[in-house]
Design a protein around this ligand. Structure first.
Ligand code: ATP
Length: 241
């Protein structure tokens, strides 16, 4: 059985203008769980994450964070409530230094200098390569390091739920391993994780539970073992014969 949900989505619909992309989606992330959202390109995974984190307004449905309704609240408000979203494509400030980028992650949280310094140091402990590059412009980092920086920016907000949209996108296999190592550390700290990924094998090896989105609806859900046993799921959505 799964832990009590920290994030629960029910009957969610969202789209762009009048075009519905995601319809009638229900999903949950239990406290301390790592949960995957899988699905083909264009299935609506990014759209769904954006609706949860307040970047898009749902046209229907309910989203609860730690038992409180959050649908329709602004992304900025939700960050303060403990929900952080690492968007697809490493949204970092390329001309700013690595250290300043991490600082910007804490912008508007109202933290004192000492607390910000402490959190930045914690991020550097988790990502030693970033400490070495602290004064360098973020744009000079490798792709893998930029992804780590994007994750660090979210982590310094001390989220209770961290959502990541394809953190392994465009990375060499060895760096994908590094991303999953870091995600393991983050989970070990008690952060609940909702992960959108296309690297199916590694993702199923990491998460406790997974949802498969197809054409904007949940087409399958289960533990990795349950999903792996279902031939239809394996063939249609996971790309395995
Ligand atoms: P990918 O892995 O390619 O990002 P995805 O599952 O995350 O796929 P979305 O990015 O959520 O899918 O896109 C779902 C659908 O919404 C696609 O058909 C896409 O063309 C459409 N879409 C995405 N962004 C917009 C937008 N800003 N305006 C209109 N349609 C959009």
């Amino acid at each position: 059985s799964r832990p009590e949900p920290i994030l629960a989505v029910d009957g969610l619909a969202v789209g762009y203008g009048v075009v519905p992309i995601v319809r009638d989606v229900a999903l949950a992330v239990g406290r301390g769980e790592a949960v995957a959202l899988l699905g083909a390109n264009g299935a609506g995974k990014s759209t769904l994450l954006k609706a949860i984190s307040g970047l898009l307004k749902p046209s229907a449905g309910r989203i609860r964070l730690a038992g409180k309704d959050i649908q329709g609240l602004a992304a900025e408000t939700l960050v303060g409530r403990g929900l952080s979203h690492v968007a697809e494509g490493r949204r970092i400030f390329r001309k700013e230094s690595v250290a300043d980028n991490i600082q910007l992650g804490m912008y508007r949280l109202g933290l004192g200098r000492a607390e910000m310094a402490r959190r930045r140091d914690e991020a550097f402990t988790l990502f030693p390569a970033l400490r070495e590059k602290a004064p360098a412009a973020a744009g000079t980092l490798s792709g893998g390091q930029q992804q780590m920086l994007a994750i660090a920016q979210a982590l310094v907000r001390r989220p209770s739920v961290l959502m990541l949209d394809e953190p392994s996108l465009g990375l060499a296999p060895i760096l994908v391993d590094e991303v999953f190592r870091v995600l393991g550390d983050i989970r070990a700290q008690g952060v609940s994780v909702l992960l959108v990924e296309q690297v199916v094998e590694q993702t199923l090896g990491f998460v406790d539970f997974a949802y498969v989105l197809a054409n904007g609806r949940i087409a399958a859900a289960g533990t990795p073992a349950e999903l792996g046993r279902t031939d239809v799921v394996r063939q249609a959505y996971l790309g395995r014969a």
